[in-house]
Design a protein around this ligand. Structure first.
Ligand code: ADP
Length: 872
């Protein structure tokens, strides 16, 4: 017995009334919905059940004996033959989806299982085929497939072996601009760029002959063509499937990669750009993740001296190469960058050539999009050049500062030196003027008188010059001190007019004074100096026979204005700005009018130091009006309206007096001897050393001691102290004779116990006055005591002592300019020397010759000092 599976030849029906198993099987087959047919190996149909009748539309009677090809579509005949051949070989073909033709001509989708039928000997004699209608299932499957393919972003087309498009997914519309219906049936080359269609045909045939799955992303640069002829970059994957009919279908999935290509291109371009930048830039660049260095550009490697071939260093290796002093800052900056805080530091990195270079290091966190890992990008920019120039600039600044300080110091020293020299010059001038004036008192020939007048004139000019240099240097050092007190203006103007009048008379110039009757707050001596300067200029720069007016007026501001106007040459407007600058002589430089260009500069400083103002109005050719304004005051601390005038002639005296002259300068000793010669009642003792002076004073108890401050063995102050400390000399009047004309010196010495203070060159009138007072010398001391008490009384109302302005910035220049006046000094000394020589050549009087000799020695000394000044 064989089982149906074993391929028993089944007849179409089961005989009724029997329960023969074969009958039963036949009945089951007959009632089955599946089409079950039997055929021999050449395809002749031998059995046909009801299901077959129903499926294929043929009645059993009509079909038996016919060949199965009757229900096989033409394109499936080959498949059929193949199936029968396989079954003939004993194979069983299961569930093969294929197509069959209905009696009405329609094509049916069926699933067929074909098994061999064997006879009792086991020989295969035919085949049984069970067919099932799968149209619905396939339709469902196709619908699902289409839905699936449409959901895929790629456009999918199925092509048969001839290149005909059998199938297209909905995406073709979006990608190619073709509708599915338009595309199906066309040659696939409509989707291929025209330039490559012929090549494509060859490739396609080759692929069909030897298909293999080709996946996307294999880097093939392919293009596809749209319906409108435009092209787009595409990636295409290929695979081969067999359709339900067993036909091979090449499935091509096409993806538009325009955007990704663009992105790729952009990324590539950026990569190239970055690479070029990273290679060519001098800036070192690195990227790290934690302590692992991911990237270092060539400059970064060079900066740290890394070899490209050596193993990648870690962050710690890199940091170890930073200058030790900067490693801490670098570590902090790295740590901050890890936490997301950008940083910028300056650090030093020793180079392989032994130099140390400076870099600005920036650290920035870079967030990597995927994974959220943070990396740190570091840049290193070489700033060594900047650092060097900064250092140079800084050291230049320091140097400049140093140079400025040095220049200021040097100029301060020069000014000090000038000031000291000026003092020193006063000593020889003492001899020049002293002897000159003594000689003037003698009976002289007109010729001699003229020479002596010149000596005295030149000497006085020298003295003025020296005083001005002294003033300037003192003011510039802020050393000049002023005693501001109420000063009766007409006192000052009267005195000054008296001094200047002889000059004016010589040139027929009239001085008209509208006596200003008021007190102003000023330093009396300095105000006098101011008025002398203005009045002297008004005469000097006037025309012969001109007029000078001095008048005062009360201003609304509460100040008093004193004006000195002249009818002289006037000053051009353009010159007014320079008028008060030291050594500025404007056009007078080229004229024969003598001057130093210091007067107005001193005047202005003095006036502003006294809290006043100075100004000028002028017209060239018409004259100038210089004015000064000072505060008025009503309460004089003492009435100094009339200062007692010192007469220049000695008063007769009956008592004999002894004078001890403490002086080491022989010219001055000689001068005093000549002065004392004129006084019949005076004996002169001379001590050229301080210690000797004290001894002699104790021994001789002189009526007056004239004490010079510069002595070879001790300073004058100490001699003064010594004399005052000894009761036997404590009461002796001591008059200081010094070349130091600064205002503070007399005060200091008076405080030490000096009786009076005479500046060199001696004002002979004052000197005679002092000597005349010697008769009451002992009483003088007592009265001095009283005076000092009165002075301390006065201190309550004492004039305010003001320091003059701070040293001016350009004092250095002015100090050096002061040297210019040395030339004037030379001139004047030259005049004196010539006059002396002239006088000496004609003098017959021995005394006169000796006096001239002393003057000449003094001049030589002055020339020597002037030489020292000129070497500054
Ligand atoms: P000095 O008279 O020694 O040259 P001053 O400082 O007193 O120096 O004056 C500076 C310059 O101002 C003078 O050289 C002169 O050119 C000009 N000057 C001063 N006063 C008058 C004046 N009253 N009339 C015309 N020019 C004057």
């Amino acid at each position: 017995m064989t089982t149906p599976d074993a391929g028993t030849d089944l007849e179409s029906s089961i005989r009724p009334g029997t329960y023969d198993p074969f009958d039963l099987l036949a009945a089951i087959i007959e009632s089955c919905d599946d089409a079950i047919i039997g055929k021999d190996l050449d395809g002749t149909i031998t059995s046909w059940n009801r299901g077959a009748e129903h499926l294929y539309g043929y009645a059993r009677a009509d079909i038996l004996g016919k060949n199965v090809t009757i229900i096989t579509p033409a394109d499936r005949l080959e498949e059929l033959a193949d199936m029968l051949a396989r079954v003939g070989r004993g194979d069983r073909i299961e569930h093969c989806d294929t197509q069959r033709v209905h009696n009405d001509g329609s094509v049916l989708d069926v699933s067929v299982t074909v098994s061999p039928i064997r006879d009792t000997t086991g020989t295969i004699v035919g085949a049984s085929a069970i067919g099932r209608d799968i149209t619905d299932r396939l339709s469902l499957e196709r619908t699902q497939l289409r839905a699936l393919l449409s959901a895929v972003p790629d456009a999918i087309v199925g092509i048969d072996a001839s290149g005909r498009i059998e199938f297209a997914s909905n995406r073709v519309e979006a990608l190619f601009g073709w509708s599915v219906d338009e595309l199906v049936g066309q040659q696939v080359e409509v989707l291929v760029p025209e330039s490559v269609t012929s090549v494509h045909v060859v490739h396609r045939a080759r692929y069909v002959a030897d298909p293999y799955p080709r996946h996307m992303g294999n880097e093939l640069q392919l293009s596809a063509r749209r319906k409108d002829g435009t092209e787009f970059p595409a990636e295409i994957s290929l695979n081969t499937i067999t359709d339900e009919s067993g036909k091979a279908l090449v499935l091509a999935a096409v993806r538009d990669v325009s955007e990704s290509r663009r992105n790729q291109r952009e990324v590539k371009e950026r990569e190239i750009l970055f690479d070029q930048f990273a290679r060519s830039t001098e800036v070192g660049f690195s990227l790290r993740e934690s302590t692992q260095m991911l990237y270092m550009n060539p400059s970064f490697l060079r900066i740290f001296g890394f070899d490209r071939n050596q193993p990648t260093p870690t962050l710690l290796d890199v940091r170890a190469l930073i200058h030790r002093d900067d490693q801490g800052a670098a570590a902090i900056a790295s740590a901050e960058a890890d936490l997301g805080k950008s940083s910028k530091t300056e650090l030093r990195i020793p180079q392989t050539d032994g130099t140390i270079r400076w870099f600005t290091a920036t650290n920035d966190q870079v967030r990597v999009v995927d994974g959220g890992v943070s990396r740190v990008a570091t840049t290193l920019t070489d700033i060594s050049d900047r650092k060097i120039s900064e250092a140079i600039a800084q050291s230049a600044q320091v140097e400049a500062h140093g140079a400025r300080v040095e220049a200021e110091r040097a100029n301060a020293a020069k000014t000090m030196f000038l000031s000291r020299m000026s003092h020193e010059l006063r000593t020889p001038l003492n001899a020049i003027l002293g002897f000159g004036k003594l000689l003037e008192m003698d009976e002289l020939s007109a010729e001699h008188r003229d020479s002596i007048t010149q000596i005295v004139g030149a000497g006085e000019h020298l003295l003025g010059l020296i005083d001005e240099v002294l003033d300037i240097s003192q003011m510039e050092h802020g050393k000049m001190r002023l005693s501001l007190e109420p000063v009766w203006v007409s006192d000052v103007t009267d005195e000054v007019v008296g001094m200047i009048a002889p000059l004016a008379v010589q040139r027929g110039i009239q001085i008209l004074v509208d006596a200003p009757e008021t007190f102003v707050r000023a330093d009396r001596q300095r105000l006098k100096q101011v008025v002398v300067n203005l009045l002297a200029n008004a005469v000097k720069y006037n025309r012969d026979g001109g007029v000078v007016r001095i008048y005062g007026e009360q201003r609304d501001t509460g100040r008093f204005r004193l004006t000195v106007s002249d009818t002289g040459i006037g000053i051009a407007n353009t010159d007014l700005g320079r008028l008060f600058q030291p050594f500025e002589r404007l056009s007078a430089d080229q004229s024969s009018v003598e001057g130093t260009g210091l007067g107005l500069a001193v005047t202005k400083q003095l006036i502003s130091a006294m809290g006043g103002e100075i100004g000028v109005t002028s017209r060239v050719g018409d004259g100038s009006s210089f004015w000064v304004e000072l505060s008025t005051t009503d309460t004089p601390t003492d009435d100094r309206r009339k200062e007692p005038r010192v007469e220049g002639t000695p008063l007769p005296s009956t008592e004999r007096k002894t004078i001890l002259y403490v002086e080491d300068n022989l010219s001055n000793v000689r001068l005093l001897e000549r002065i004392v010669d004129r006084l019949s009642d005076v004996d002169l003792l001379v001590a050229i050393r301080g210690s000797l002076a004290i001894e002699m004073a104790v021994e001789h108890q002189p009526d007056l001691i004239l004490l010079d401050l510069h002595l070879p063995d001790m300073c004058g102050e100490d001699v003064l102290r010594g004399l005052r400390a000894d009761p036997s000399t404590a009461d002796i009047p001591i008059v200081i004779t010094s070349a130091d004309a600064t205002k503070d010196r007399p005060k200091q010495l008076l405080a030490l116990g000096a009786t009076d203070y005479l500046t060199k060159p001696f004002d002979l009138g004052r000197l005679f006055g002092v000597i005349n007072d010697v008769s009451a010398s002992r009483r003088l001391r007592a009265s001095e005591m009283q005076k000092s008490e009165a002075n301390s009384e006065q201190t309550r109302n004492r004039p305010i002592v003001l320091p003059v302005t701070e040293p001016t910035v350009d004092s250095a220049d002015r100090a050096s300019e002061a040297i210019e006046c040395v030339h004037d000094l030379y001139n004047e000394l030259g005049v004196i020397q010539n006059c002396c020589a002239l006088l000496a050549s004609t003098a017959t009087d021995r005394t006169m010759m000796s006096d001239l000799g002393t003057i000449q020695v003094a001049v030589e000394r002055a020339i020597h000092i002037a030489e020292r000044m000129s070497k500054l």
